[in-house]
Design a protein around this ligand. Structure first.
Ligand code: CP
Length: 348
C-alpha cells in the first residue's frame, strides 16, 4: 500500500478554516496536544528560534494578542504587537505594502481586521503580496484559530471521534457591541467536517452568509455529520453534547447600528441559563470564545458553573496557535523534528 504523504504546511497561509484539509487539521491538533503536554510538564520547545511574527491589529483583543505573543516567546521567537493606529496605514500604506514590507522583516504576518465587508478581502490582499505565511487572527468572515482551539477542547472532553456528537451553536442576546459573525461561521464549517451534528439557532434577523451555510452543508456531507438551522434556542439545546451560545450582529439584515440594537431587544430571552442547560445532556459542556456579556448572553451560574470549559478553551488558543506557527513557519529541520515520534516526557 502506498504510504500517506507526510503533512507539510510550510509556507502556507491560514485565512479560512478550510485552508487546511481535514488530515492537515488533525495534524495541527495532534501537534497542539503534544506541545500542550510539554508546556505543562515544563519542557521547553524552542522550535522557532530567531523567527519573528508581525501581529497587526485593527481591532481590540485580549486572548488573541496574549496567546500569540506568549506562544512565539515559548517557541524561542519574537512577536511584534503592531496597533494599526500607530502605523502609516491611515496615511497610505496599502495591503500590498504591508505584504511586501512586513514579509521582508518577519517570518509570518498575523492580522486581525474585522470590518464588515472588508477584513477578509484585506487579509487576502496582504497574502497575495506576502512572501511569508499570512495568519488570520479574525476577520469579518472567519475566526479559524478560535475554532481550532474549540475543536481541541471538544476532543479533550468528548473524545477524538465526534461523529454523532451534537453541538448547539446559538445566537444569544448582548448589548455591549455588534459582535462579528466570524465565530459561528467558522464553527459551522469546521465542526461539520469533523462529523458533528451541528444545529445553528438564531432569530430570523441573525442569519449567516449563505455561502457559509452552503459550506456547512457540504461539510456535513463530507464528515458524515449533519447540519440544520432552527429559530428556537431550546430546540438547539435539546440533548446537545456541547452548547456554544454567543451573540453576533444582524449584519446581513441592516447596517444601521440603531436599528440593529432595536432588533436585538426583541430577543433578550435568548440567554444561556440554568433552565436551558438542563435541556442539554447531563454531561454537556458550555463553551464561549469570550468576552461574554454576563447576565445577558449567559448567567454567572452557567459560565462559572461546573459545565463551563471557557478557561480551558481560552488556554487552548495558545497551543493550537503554536502548532500552526511551527508547521507553517518552521524550517526543514523543524518540520522533520515535529514529524519524529515524540519522546516520553519524564514524570517530575
Ligand atoms: N476569543 C477571542 O478572539 O478573544 P479576543 O478578542 O480577546 O482576542
Amino acid at each position: 500500500m502506498p504510504r500517506a504523504k507526510p503533512i507539510n504546511l510550510a509556507g502556507r497561509d491560514f485565512i479560512s478554516d478550510l485552508d487546511f484539509s481535514i488530515a492537515e487539521t488533525e495534524a495541527v491538533l495532534n501537534l497542539a496536544a503534544r506541545l500542550k503536554k510539554e508546556y505543562r510538564a515544563g519542557k521547553p520547545h524552542p522550535l522557532l528560534r530567531d523567527k519573528t511574527l508581525a501581529m497587526l491589529f485593527f481591532f481590540t483583543s485580549t486572548r488573541t494578542r496574549g496567546s500569540f505573543e506568549a506562544g512565539m516567546a515559548q517557541l524561542g521567537g519574537h512577536a511584534a504587537f503592531i496597533d494599526s493606529d500607530t502605523t502609516q496605514i491611515a496615511h497610505g500604506d496599502t495591503a500590498k505594502e504591508i505584504g511586501q514590507i512586513f514579509g521582508r522583516y518577519f517570518n509570518a504576518i498575523a492580522i486581525r481586521q474585522c470590518d464588515w465587508g472588508f477584513g477578509n478581502r484585506y487579509i487576502n490582499e496582504v497574502a497575495q503580496h506576502s512572501p511569508v505565511p499570512v495568519l488570520n487572527m479574525q476577520c469579518d468572515v472567519y475566526h479559524p484559530f478560535q475554532i481550532l482551539a474549540d475543536l481541541l477542547t471538544i476532543r479533550e472532553y468528548k473524545g477524538k471521534n465526534l461523529k454523532g456528537r451534537k453541538i448547539a451553536v446559538s445566537w444569544a442576546y448582548a448589548a455591549s457591541y455588534q459582535k462579528p459573525i466570524s465565530v459561528p461561521q467558522s464553527l459551522i464549517i469546521q465542526l461539520t467536517r469533523f462529523g458533528m451534528d451541528v444545529v445553528l439557532a438564531h432569530p430570523p434577523e441573525y442569519k449567516l452568509m449563505p455561502e457559509i451555510v452552503q459550506q456547512a452543508e457540504e461539510g456535513a456531507r463530507l464528515g458524515g455529520g449533519s447540519f440544520r438551522i432552527t429559530h428556537d434556542m431550546d430546540d438547539a439545546f435539546e440533548d446537545a453534547d456541547v452548547v456554544y451560545p454567543k451573540s453576533w450582529g444582524s449584519l446581513l439584515t441592516t447596517s444601521d447600528l440603531k436599528e440593529s440594537a432595536e432588533i436585538g431587544k426583541k430577543y433578550t430571552s435568548w440567554i444561556c441559563d440554568e433552565r436551558r442547560m438542563t435541556l442539554a445532556k447531563k454531561d454537556a459542556i458550555y463553551m464561549h470564545c469570550l468576552p461574554a456579556d454576563r447576565g445577558l448572553e449567559v448567567t454567572d451560574a452557567v459560565i462559572d458553573g461546573p459545565q463551563s470549559v471557557v478557561y480551558e478553551q481560552a488556554e487552548n488558543r495558545l497551543h493550537v496557535q503554536k502548532a500552526v506557527m511551527v508547521m507553517t513557519m518552521g524550517d526543514k529541520a523543524t518540520q522533520a523534528k515535529i514529524r519524529a515520534k515524540p519522546r516520553r516526557i519524564a514524570r517530575k
